[in-house]
Write a protein that binds this ligand. Structure first.
Ligand SMILES: [Zn+2]
Length: 325
Protein backbone atom coordinates (compact mmCIF):
# COMPACT_ATOMS: atom_id res chain seq x y z
CA UNK A 1 0.00 0.00 0.00
CA UNK A 2 2.81 2.42 0.86
CA UNK A 3 4.61 1.69 -2.42
CA UNK A 4 1.46 2.12 -4.48
CA UNK A 5 1.16 5.67 -3.17
CA UNK A 6 4.78 6.51 -3.98
CA UNK A 7 6.08 9.80 -5.40
CA UNK A 8 5.58 8.61 -9.00
CA UNK A 9 1.94 9.54 -8.56
CA UNK A 10 2.38 13.16 -7.42
CA UNK A 11 1.36 14.30 -10.90
CA UNK A 12 -2.10 12.74 -10.43
CA UNK A 13 -4.38 15.16 -12.32
CA UNK A 14 -5.99 17.61 -9.96
CA UNK A 15 -9.24 17.51 -11.94
CA UNK A 16 -9.58 13.75 -11.54
CA UNK A 17 -8.84 14.07 -7.85
CA UNK A 18 -11.69 16.58 -7.53
CA UNK A 19 -14.05 14.28 -9.45
CA UNK A 20 -13.18 11.38 -7.16
CA UNK A 21 -13.84 13.54 -4.14
CA UNK A 22 -17.42 13.99 -5.37
CA UNK A 23 -18.12 10.26 -5.44
CA UNK A 24 -20.10 8.96 -2.48
CA UNK A 25 -17.67 7.82 0.18
CA UNK A 26 -17.75 4.14 1.08
CA UNK A 27 -19.19 3.50 4.52
CA UNK A 28 -16.69 1.17 6.20
CA UNK A 29 -18.21 1.75 9.61
CA UNK A 30 -21.66 0.67 8.43
CA UNK A 31 -20.28 -2.42 6.68
CA UNK A 32 -18.31 -3.34 9.76
CA UNK A 33 -21.35 -2.83 11.97
CA UNK A 34 -23.32 -5.43 9.98
CA UNK A 35 -20.41 -7.84 9.76
CA UNK A 36 -19.58 -7.75 13.45
CA UNK A 37 -23.06 -7.39 14.90
CA UNK A 38 -23.70 -9.76 17.82
CA UNK A 39 -27.43 -8.89 17.55
CA UNK A 40 -27.67 -8.61 21.31
CA UNK A 41 -31.27 -8.54 22.46
CA UNK A 42 -31.80 -8.48 26.21
CA UNK A 43 -34.54 -10.61 27.67
CA UNK A 44 -36.24 -9.21 30.79
CA UNK A 45 -36.52 -12.25 33.08
CA UNK A 46 -37.91 -10.31 36.07
CA UNK A 47 -38.74 -6.62 36.56
CA UNK A 48 -35.49 -4.75 35.89
CA UNK A 49 -33.45 -7.96 35.42
CA UNK A 50 -32.16 -8.52 31.88
CA UNK A 51 -30.11 -11.30 30.33
CA UNK A 52 -28.26 -11.69 27.03
CA UNK A 53 -28.21 -15.43 26.34
CA UNK A 54 -25.20 -16.71 24.38
CA UNK A 55 -25.03 -19.71 22.07
CA UNK A 56 -24.31 -23.16 23.52
CA UNK A 57 -21.23 -23.48 21.33
CA UNK A 58 -17.47 -23.22 21.48
CA UNK A 59 -15.65 -20.03 20.40
CA UNK A 60 -15.58 -19.67 16.60
CA UNK A 61 -15.21 -17.04 13.87
CA UNK A 62 -18.93 -17.59 13.15
CA UNK A 63 -20.11 -16.62 16.66
CA UNK A 64 -17.39 -14.11 17.53
CA UNK A 65 -17.19 -15.59 21.02
CA UNK A 66 -20.84 -14.95 21.86
CA UNK A 67 -21.24 -18.18 23.81
CA UNK A 68 -21.72 -16.63 27.22
CA UNK A 69 -24.59 -15.22 29.26
CA UNK A 70 -24.26 -11.65 30.47
CA UNK A 71 -26.83 -9.45 32.11
CA UNK A 72 -27.78 -6.22 33.80
CA UNK A 73 -30.04 -5.11 36.61
CA UNK A 74 -31.75 -1.74 36.56
CA UNK A 75 -32.26 -0.16 39.96
CA UNK A 76 -33.93 3.15 40.87
CA UNK A 77 -30.68 5.12 40.52
CA UNK A 78 -28.28 3.01 38.46
CA UNK A 79 -27.45 -0.12 36.51
CA UNK A 80 -25.45 -3.17 37.64
CA UNK A 81 -23.73 -5.06 34.81
CA UNK A 82 -22.84 -8.73 35.24
CA UNK A 83 -20.02 -9.80 32.88
CA UNK A 84 -19.06 -7.93 29.73
CA UNK A 85 -18.65 -10.64 27.09
CA UNK A 86 -15.75 -11.80 24.91
CA UNK A 87 -14.63 -8.63 23.07
CA UNK A 88 -14.55 -4.84 22.92
CA UNK A 89 -17.28 -4.98 20.25
CA UNK A 90 -19.49 -7.16 22.46
CA UNK A 91 -19.09 -4.73 25.37
CA UNK A 92 -19.91 -1.74 23.19
CA UNK A 93 -22.97 -3.43 21.71
CA UNK A 94 -24.05 -4.58 25.16
CA UNK A 95 -23.83 -1.03 26.49
CA UNK A 96 -25.79 0.24 23.47
CA UNK A 97 -28.50 -2.36 24.19
CA UNK A 98 -28.58 -1.27 27.85
CA UNK A 99 -28.98 2.33 26.68
CA UNK A 100 -32.08 1.33 24.72
CA UNK A 101 -33.60 0.08 28.00
CA UNK A 102 -32.56 2.81 30.45
CA UNK A 103 -30.71 6.15 30.54
CA UNK A 104 -29.53 5.48 34.12
CA UNK A 105 -25.76 5.36 34.66
CA UNK A 106 -23.85 2.11 35.01
CA UNK A 107 -22.71 2.14 38.65
CA UNK A 108 -21.18 -1.33 38.99
CA UNK A 109 -19.69 -3.65 36.34
CA UNK A 110 -18.83 -7.08 37.70
CA UNK A 111 -16.66 -9.84 36.22
CA UNK A 112 -17.86 -13.14 37.69
CA UNK A 113 -14.46 -14.81 37.13
CA UNK A 114 -11.26 -14.41 35.13
CA UNK A 115 -12.24 -16.27 31.94
CA UNK A 116 -12.01 -14.22 28.73
CA UNK A 117 -15.66 -14.48 27.63
CA UNK A 118 -16.64 -12.83 30.91
CA UNK A 119 -14.37 -9.76 30.97
CA UNK A 120 -12.99 -8.84 27.53
CA UNK A 121 -15.85 -6.38 26.97
CA UNK A 122 -14.67 -4.31 29.98
CA UNK A 123 -13.23 -1.59 27.72
CA UNK A 124 -16.74 -0.39 26.88
CA UNK A 125 -17.70 0.32 30.50
CA UNK A 126 -16.62 3.15 32.84
CA UNK A 127 -13.28 2.06 34.32
CA UNK A 128 -14.22 3.19 37.84
CA UNK A 129 -17.24 0.83 37.86
CA UNK A 130 -15.23 -2.33 37.04
CA UNK A 131 -15.17 -4.71 40.00
CA UNK A 132 -14.37 -8.34 40.83
CA UNK A 133 -13.34 -10.60 43.66
CA UNK A 134 -9.64 -9.96 44.48
CA UNK A 135 -8.48 -13.33 43.09
CA UNK A 136 -10.33 -12.58 39.85
CA UNK A 137 -8.65 -9.16 39.63
CA UNK A 138 -5.27 -10.87 39.95
CA UNK A 139 -6.18 -13.54 37.38
CA UNK A 140 -7.23 -10.95 34.79
CA UNK A 141 -4.12 -8.92 35.50
CA UNK A 142 -1.86 -11.95 35.14
CA UNK A 143 -3.48 -14.01 32.34
CA UNK A 144 -5.85 -11.56 30.67
CA UNK A 145 -3.65 -10.64 27.71
CA UNK A 146 -2.78 -14.29 26.97
CA UNK A 147 -6.51 -15.15 27.07
CA UNK A 148 -7.18 -12.23 24.74
CA UNK A 149 -4.62 -13.46 22.19
CA UNK A 150 -5.96 -16.98 22.41
CA UNK A 151 -9.53 -15.84 21.85
CA UNK A 152 -8.35 -13.80 18.86
CA UNK A 153 -7.03 -17.05 17.37
CA UNK A 154 -10.36 -18.79 17.98
CA UNK A 155 -12.88 -16.06 17.14
CA UNK A 156 -10.91 -13.98 14.61
CA UNK A 157 -11.53 -10.37 13.59
CA UNK A 158 -14.48 -9.92 15.93
CA UNK A 159 -11.76 -9.40 18.54
CA UNK A 160 -10.13 -6.44 16.79
CA UNK A 161 -9.21 -3.63 19.17
CA UNK A 162 -9.90 -5.74 22.26
CA UNK A 163 -7.62 -5.12 25.20
CA UNK A 164 -7.52 -6.59 28.65
CA UNK A 165 -8.81 -4.10 31.22
CA UNK A 166 -8.55 -5.44 34.75
CA UNK A 167 -11.13 -4.31 37.31
CA UNK A 168 -9.67 -1.99 39.93
CA UNK A 169 -12.42 -2.30 42.52
CA UNK A 170 -12.24 -5.32 44.85
CA UNK A 171 -15.55 -6.90 45.77
CA UNK A 172 -16.26 -8.38 49.16
CA UNK A 173 -19.03 -10.81 50.04
CA UNK A 174 -22.16 -9.44 51.67
CA UNK A 175 -25.50 -7.78 51.17
CA UNK A 176 -25.79 -4.12 50.15
CA UNK A 177 -27.83 -1.65 48.12
CA UNK A 178 -26.32 -0.72 44.76
CA UNK A 179 -28.05 1.57 42.28
CA UNK A 180 -31.11 1.34 44.51
CA UNK A 181 -31.17 -2.46 44.25
CA UNK A 182 -30.89 -4.91 47.17
CA UNK A 183 -28.12 -7.29 46.10
CA UNK A 184 -25.95 -9.88 47.78
CA UNK A 185 -22.50 -11.00 46.75
CA UNK A 186 -21.53 -14.59 47.46
CA UNK A 187 -17.84 -15.42 47.07
CA UNK A 188 -17.25 -19.03 46.02
CA UNK A 189 -14.67 -20.95 43.97
CA UNK A 190 -14.12 -24.19 42.14
CA UNK A 191 -14.72 -23.35 38.48
CA UNK A 192 -11.80 -20.94 38.96
CA UNK A 193 -9.93 -19.74 42.08
CA UNK A 194 -12.69 -17.13 42.58
CA UNK A 195 -16.27 -17.43 41.40
CA UNK A 196 -18.69 -14.62 42.04
CA UNK A 197 -22.40 -15.22 42.55
CA UNK A 198 -24.95 -12.40 42.73
CA UNK A 199 -28.38 -12.57 44.33
CA UNK A 200 -30.95 -9.96 43.37
CA UNK A 201 -33.26 -10.19 46.37
CA UNK A 202 -36.27 -8.35 44.90
CA UNK A 203 -36.65 -10.86 42.07
CA UNK A 204 -34.98 -13.92 43.59
CA UNK A 205 -32.60 -14.08 40.65
CA UNK A 206 -29.23 -15.74 41.16
CA UNK A 207 -26.50 -14.97 38.62
CA UNK A 208 -24.39 -18.09 39.14
CA UNK A 209 -21.58 -17.41 36.67
CA UNK A 210 -19.78 -20.50 35.43
CA UNK A 211 -20.44 -22.48 38.59
CA UNK A 212 -23.61 -23.40 36.73
CA UNK A 213 -23.83 -24.81 33.20
CA UNK A 214 -27.23 -25.68 31.79
CA UNK A 215 -27.57 -28.26 28.99
CA UNK A 216 -23.98 -27.44 28.08
CA UNK A 217 -20.94 -29.40 29.24
CA UNK A 218 -18.91 -27.62 31.93
CA UNK A 219 -15.43 -26.32 31.12
CA UNK A 220 -12.60 -27.18 33.50
CA UNK A 221 -9.29 -25.45 32.57
CA UNK A 222 -8.89 -23.96 36.06
CA UNK A 223 -11.26 -26.18 37.99
CA UNK A 224 -10.92 -27.64 41.46
CA UNK A 225 -13.72 -30.19 41.29
CA UNK A 226 -14.05 -30.74 45.06
CA UNK A 227 -14.41 -26.99 45.62
CA UNK A 228 -16.78 -26.68 42.69
CA UNK A 229 -19.04 -29.43 44.06
CA UNK A 230 -19.04 -27.69 47.46
CA UNK A 231 -19.98 -24.42 45.73
CA UNK A 232 -22.92 -26.16 44.05
CA UNK A 233 -24.12 -27.34 47.46
CA UNK A 234 -24.09 -23.73 48.59
CA UNK A 235 -25.81 -22.57 45.41
CA UNK A 236 -28.66 -24.95 46.11
CA UNK A 237 -29.31 -23.26 49.47
CA UNK A 238 -29.58 -19.69 48.11
CA UNK A 239 -33.00 -17.99 48.10
CA UNK A 240 -33.50 -18.37 44.34
CA UNK A 241 -36.60 -18.29 42.20
CA UNK A 242 -34.53 -18.44 39.02
CA UNK A 243 -30.91 -19.07 38.06
CA UNK A 244 -28.83 -17.45 35.35
CA UNK A 245 -26.08 -19.94 34.44
CA UNK A 246 -22.84 -18.78 32.83
CA UNK A 247 -23.71 -20.87 29.79
CA UNK A 248 -27.12 -22.23 28.77
CA UNK A 249 -30.67 -21.05 29.29
CA UNK A 250 -32.00 -19.26 32.35
CA UNK A 251 -34.02 -21.68 34.44
CA UNK A 252 -36.49 -21.78 37.33
CA UNK A 253 -35.66 -25.44 37.85
CA UNK A 254 -32.96 -26.43 40.37
CA UNK A 255 -32.36 -29.45 38.11
CA UNK A 256 -29.64 -27.39 36.41
CA UNK A 257 -27.64 -27.52 39.65
CA UNK A 258 -28.13 -31.30 39.88
CA UNK A 259 -27.13 -31.62 36.20
CA UNK A 260 -23.85 -29.72 36.69
CA UNK A 261 -23.15 -31.69 39.88
CA UNK A 262 -23.86 -35.05 38.21
CA UNK A 263 -21.54 -34.21 35.31
CA UNK A 264 -18.68 -33.01 37.54
CA UNK A 265 -19.01 -36.02 39.83
CA UNK A 266 -18.78 -38.28 36.78
CA UNK A 267 -15.70 -36.39 35.51
CA UNK A 268 -14.04 -36.69 38.93
CA UNK A 269 -14.84 -40.41 39.26
CA UNK A 270 -13.73 -41.13 35.67
CA UNK A 271 -10.35 -39.46 36.23
CA UNK A 272 -9.82 -41.24 39.55
CA UNK A 273 -10.87 -44.70 38.30
CA UNK A 274 -8.86 -44.27 35.08
CA UNK A 275 -5.73 -43.40 37.03
CA UNK A 276 -6.28 -46.23 39.53
CA UNK A 277 -6.61 -48.81 36.77
CA UNK A 278 -3.50 -47.49 35.02
CA UNK A 279 -5.13 -46.20 31.83
CA UNK A 280 -3.04 -43.84 29.73
CA UNK A 281 -4.09 -40.51 28.23
CA UNK A 282 -5.10 -42.04 24.86
CA UNK A 283 -7.30 -44.65 26.56
CA UNK A 284 -8.87 -41.95 28.71
CA UNK A 285 -9.62 -39.78 25.68
CA UNK A 286 -11.34 -42.73 23.99
CA UNK A 287 -13.71 -43.49 26.87
CA UNK A 288 -17.40 -43.29 25.97
CA UNK A 289 -19.67 -40.54 27.31
CA UNK A 290 -22.59 -41.99 29.31
CA UNK A 291 -25.97 -41.66 27.59
CA UNK A 292 -27.32 -39.22 30.19
CA UNK A 293 -24.68 -36.61 29.26
CA UNK A 294 -24.85 -36.96 25.48
CA UNK A 295 -27.50 -34.26 25.25
CA UNK A 296 -25.14 -31.67 26.76
CA UNK A 297 -23.84 -29.28 24.11
CA UNK A 298 -20.08 -29.60 23.40
CA UNK A 299 -19.77 -32.66 25.65
CA UNK A 300 -17.36 -34.64 23.44
CA UNK A 301 -14.96 -31.73 23.13
CA UNK A 302 -15.22 -30.66 26.77
CA UNK A 303 -14.72 -34.20 28.05
CA UNK A 304 -11.48 -34.49 26.04
CA UNK A 305 -10.33 -31.11 27.31
CA UNK A 306 -11.12 -32.15 30.87
CA UNK A 307 -8.97 -35.27 30.46
CA UNK A 308 -6.07 -33.04 29.42
CA UNK A 309 -6.74 -30.61 32.30
CA UNK A 310 -7.42 -33.10 35.07
CA UNK A 311 -6.02 -36.54 34.31
CA UNK A 312 -2.33 -35.75 35.01
CA UNK A 313 -3.26 -34.65 38.56
CA UNK A 314 -5.38 -37.79 39.05
CA UNK A 315 -2.39 -39.93 37.98
CA UNK A 316 -0.16 -37.98 40.34
CA UNK A 317 -2.55 -38.57 43.23
CA UNK A 318 -2.49 -42.35 42.59
CA UNK A 319 1.33 -42.30 42.50
CA UNK A 320 1.51 -40.37 45.76
CA UNK A 321 -0.91 -42.77 47.41
CA UNK A 322 1.26 -45.73 46.27
CA UNK A 323 4.42 -44.08 47.69
CA UNK A 324 2.72 -43.32 50.99
CA UNK A 325 2.04 -47.04 51.53
ZN1 LIG B 1 -15.50 -19.77 32.77
Amino acid sequence: MGDAMSTRHVAFPALLACALALLPAPAPAAAEATRFDYRLAPQEIAPGVHVFTGLREDFSPANGGNIVNTGFIVGSTGVIVIDTGPSRRYGEQMLAAIRRVTPLPVVLTINTHHHPDHFLGNQAFPAATLAALPETQRGIQKDGEAFNENLYRMAGDWMEGTERVAPTQPLAAGRRTVGGRDIEIVALDGHTPADFVLIDHASGTVFAGDLLFHDRAATTPHADLAHWLAALERLATLPARQWVPGHGDVTRDAAAIAQTRDYLEWIAATMREGAESGLDMTEMLARPIPARFRGLAEVEREYRRSVVHLFPAAEQAVLEKAHAR
